[in-house]
Design a protein around this ligand. Sequence first.
Ligand code: TXA
Ligand code: MG
Length: 318
Amino acid sequence: MKNIYSNIFPFNKKTLNKMIANLKKGYVVGLPTETVYGLAGNAYSKESVKKIYSLKKRPHKNPLIIHYLNYQAMQNDAVINDDFLKLYEKLCPGPITFVLKKKVKSKISPLALGKLKTVAVRFPSHRIIRNLLNKISFPLAMPSANISSRVSPVTAEHVAEEFKKKIKFILNGGRSKVGIESTVIDLTGKPNIIRPGIIDPQRINKILKKKINILKKTKRIKSPGMFGRHYSPGIPIILNKIKSSKNNALITFGKRYKNRKNYFNLSKSSNLLEAASNLYKILRKIKKLDFKMINVVKIPNKGPGIAINDRLKRAAYK
Ligand code: TXA
Ligand code: MG
């Protein structure tokens, strides 16, 4: 498809250097990751962080994830513990974010952390962002590249649609393979998954050799961004349906659903990883086709299905 957006650039040496120059100047850019596309700025710069919040219309109390090449690059900002090291060794770089205690000497702009004493860190695996992180001396504050409460983007075009000309540079890294945001696990106390992702919680139990909590509410608000309406495509969503009238869309799962104009199958082979990868793309497509309502069949609540149901529930939240 021809690129109709003048602010989307292919990845090469020249555009990478341009990106780096822009980030150094304090600008905010759109970047691919393996989960979803991000809106990136220098995490050490208050000005960059301010721009991210204002572009996204994001409430200031909702902190950002800070992205590094590897944990060595993170050592001045966050306190490492045993659980972190075990998970890092097996799962990084990859689609998981760790909440750790912030170091007092950290240079991360307090604005990026919602003034919390903790910091969420991630080590993305996408080749383009690793290339870039390797060439800069500061970490990237990078929320998903969507206006607050809307569906996260999984292509460079989605990012351009969200922000139009308000961001000058978006690097095209193809479609994000994972398709939903990273797993967020709080490691400041008993490990607690505060945002499920495609990593099976059983796998984390095995690596840590202990049972972790999933979405356990604790006294203090652990993930300010996890409440209320989120991931909304802008039209009503109804869950656990088995059919739908022609005027409304039906999101299906598995081979028993026929091909119909208003049916959108997350995975014909009932593969939950494939379903996660297709979810946001399909939500955006349905909205574009002008359906007024979305029905969704029941999705198995195991492995990546936990994350899919989490996102659907939030998208359906009234
Ligand atoms: O896959 C991803 O994680 C993507 C890509 C771009 O890396 N990023 C992403 O960022 O999803 P964002 O800002 O859309 O979501 C970050 C989530 C929010 O729910 C936020 O509240 C939570 O992480 N979070 C950030 N810092 C936190 C902290 N210190 N404690 C608890 N939760 C935190
Ligand atoms: Mg987000």
